[in-house]
Design a protein around this ligand. Structure first.
Ligand code: RM4
Ligand code: MN
Ligand code: MN
Length: 424
C-alpha cells in the first residue's frame, strides 16, 4: 500500500492554523531554530524488521491482524511509516527471520520507498529447522568447536546478505552465558567467544563495522558472556577499529547510568549507536520514551555534547535504530511513537544552553546545571519536531492520520487477520 501524498497535504492543511500558533510560540524562545530543524530533518531512525508484527511474550501472542507476511510487505510497512514521518528512512534486518530471496529486487523496492538498509543482525540465540548443531549451551562461546564454527559461518553469511543489500554493519547479540554457578568457566568462555569474534571480524569487508551488544541477563540468568558495556568494550577494543559497542537501552541492570556509559564510549570512539526502547524492569522492549523520557533526554544531551566535541555528523556517524516490539499496540502506531520520542529528546538536547551549562559545571554550580537541563527538557518542542516533519514532506499528525485513513483496516483487508510475521 502506497500512501497518497494528497492525504498528507490535506490533513496538514486542517491542522495548520493551530500548528502555526504553537510553532511560533516555541520558536520564539529557541535560538538558531533553523539549525535545530535541519538536524531534525536529517536524522533517520532505522526500523527493525522484527517489530512490524505484534510481539509476543513467552506466555502467548495476540495477533493484531494485517501483519506483513514477508520481507516485501515489511518494507512496504516501513515505507508507510517513512511517508508519514519522513524520519524512518532505514530498515534493519534480522537473519534468518528475513532472508531476501532476491536481494536486487528487495533493494529496488526499498529504494522506491526511500529506504536504506542499516545494520544486519545475526541470530544464534535460536535453533533453526534443519540446523545441525544446537545453541542450547551457547554459540560463539560453545565448548564444542563445531558449534562455534556453525555460528561463525552464520555470521559471515549474514555479512554477505548485508553486502548484497548495501548494508555496512553487522550487529551481534549473543544470548551466550550460563544459568548456574559452576556451569561455565568464565575466562575460557570469554576466550572462545573472542576467538570466534576474531574470525567474523576477519570476514568484514573493508568499509564495514561490527557492533557488539551487551545484555545483563536473559535468557541466561546467572552469567552472560557479553554482560555489560565494559565486557563489550574489552572485546571491541581487542578486535580493532572496525568494532564498536552497541547500546540497547533495555540491556542494563536497574538504574544504570546509561548516559554516563554513552559519554565514555564516545570518548573512546567506541560507541556504535543504539537500539532504542524503554523499560520498567528489564529488556521490556516498550515504546521509546514511554516510561522514562527524562533518561532519554539525558542520553541525548550526552550524545549531542559528545558528538559536537568530536566534530561528528549527528545523522551519519552513529547507528540510530529502534529495537522495540509490542504485544498490545498496533506495531506501526508504536513505532511512530518511538520515532517521535527520539526526535523530541534530540530536539530538547539541541536546545540546551551549552555555554551556560559549561560555565555551571566549571564553577560547580549544581543547582544552575540542573535548571539549565530541565529548562530544555520542560520546553514543549513537539511543534518544532512537527515543523521539521512537515518541511521534510511528512504529516503534522502521523498517528492521527494513520488512524483516520484507516490504514490498519486496509492492511487487514489486503492481508487478512491470520498472518503471523517473523520476529519476536
Ligand atoms: C535481544 C537483543 C537483540 C535483538 C533480539 C531480538 O534482546 O536486543 O538486539 O536482536 O533481542
Ligand atoms: Mn537489541
Ligand atoms: Mn533486547
Amino acid at each position: 500500500m502506497i500512501l497518497n501524498k494528497a492525504f498528507i497535504e490535506e490533513s496538514n492543511q486542517s491542522y495548520s492554523a493551530e500548528h502555526k500558533r504553537n510553532y511560533e510560540f516555541v520558536a520564539g524562545s529557541v535560538s538558531k531554530v533553523d539549525e535545530v530543524l535541519k538536524k531534525l530533518i536529517d536524522l533517520q531512525v532505522a526500523i527493525p524488521s522484527w517489530a512490524l508484527g505484534t510481539g509476543g511474550t513467552r506466555f502467548g501472542r495476540f495477533s493484531g491482524g494485517g501483519e506483513p507476511a514477508d520481507l516485501e510487505q515489511k518494507i512496504q510497512d516501513v515505507g508507510l511509516l517513512h511517508a508519514l514521518n519522513q524520519s524512518s528512512g532505514a530498515i534493519s534486518l534480522h537473519i534468518p527471520w528475513d532472508i531476501p530471496k532476491d536481494a536486487n529486487a528487495i533493494k529496488t523496492l526499498a529504494t522506491q520507498h526511500g529506504l536504506k538498509f542499516d545494520a544486519v543482525n545475526s541470530n544464534t540465540f535460536q535453533d533453526q529447522p534443519n540446523q545441525i548443531n544446537s545453541y542450547k549451551f551457547g554459540s560463539l562461546q560453545h565448548t564444542d568447536k563445531e558449534v562455534r564454527q556453525q555460528a561463525i559461518k552464520h555470521n559471515i553469511e549474514v555479512i554477505n546478505q548485508g553486502v548484497a543489500l548495501g548494508s555496512k554493519s553487522l550487529t551481534i547479540w549473543l544470548s551466550d552465558g550460563s544459568c548456574f554457578p559452576g556451569q561455565l568457566n568464565f575466562r575460557k568462555a570469554w576466550q572462545r567467544t573472542y576467538e570466534s569474534l576474531q574470525q567474523i571480524y576477519a570476514a568484514l569487508p573493508g568499509d564495514w563495522k561490527i557492533f557488539l551488544e551487551y545484555k545483563a541477563y536473559e535468557p541466561n540468568f546467572y552469567s552472560t558472556t557479553v554482560a555489560d558495556w565494559g565486557q563489550s568494550l574489552l572485546y571491541t577494543s581487542k578486535l580493532g577499529n572496525k568494532a564498536y559497542t552497541l547500546v540497547d537501552l533495555g540491556h542494563h541492570l536497574p538504574n544504570a547510568n546509561i548516559e554516563q556509559i554513552v559519554s565514555l564510549l564516545m570518548m573512546e570512539n567506541k560507541l556504535a549507536g543504539f537500539h532504542f526502547n524503554d523499560s520498567k524492569y528489564g529488556d521490556d522492549d516498550l515504546t521509546v520514551g514511554s516510561i522514562n523520557p527524562y533518561q532519554l533526554f539525558l542520553i541525548f544531551n550526552e550524545l549531542v555534547e559528545g558528538m559536537d566535541a568530536k566534530g561528528m555528523n549527528h545523522a551519519a556517524d552513529l547507528a540510530w535504530m529502534i529495537d522495540a516490539s509490542h504485544n498490545l499496540k498496533d506495531p506501526l502506531e508504536d513505532l511512530m511513537q518511538s520515532v517521535e520520542a527520539i526526535m523530541i529528546a534530540y530536539a530538547q538536547a539541541l536546545i540546551v544552553n551549552k555555554t551556560a551549562l559549561v560555565e555551571a559545571q566549571d564553577t560547580n554550580d549544581a543547582a544552575r546545571a540542573q535548571d539549565l537541563l530541565q529548562a530544555a527538557y520542560r520546553t514543549d518542542v513537539r511543534p518544532i519536531v512537527a515543523e521539521a516533519r512537515v518541511r521534510g514532506g511528512g504529516a503534522l499528525q502521523p498517528v492521527q492520520l494513520f488512524c483516520s485513513l484507516k490504514i490498519r483496516e486496509q492492511l487487514i483487508t489486503e492481508r487478512g487477520t491470520k498472518i503471523i510475521s517473523t520476529g519476536l
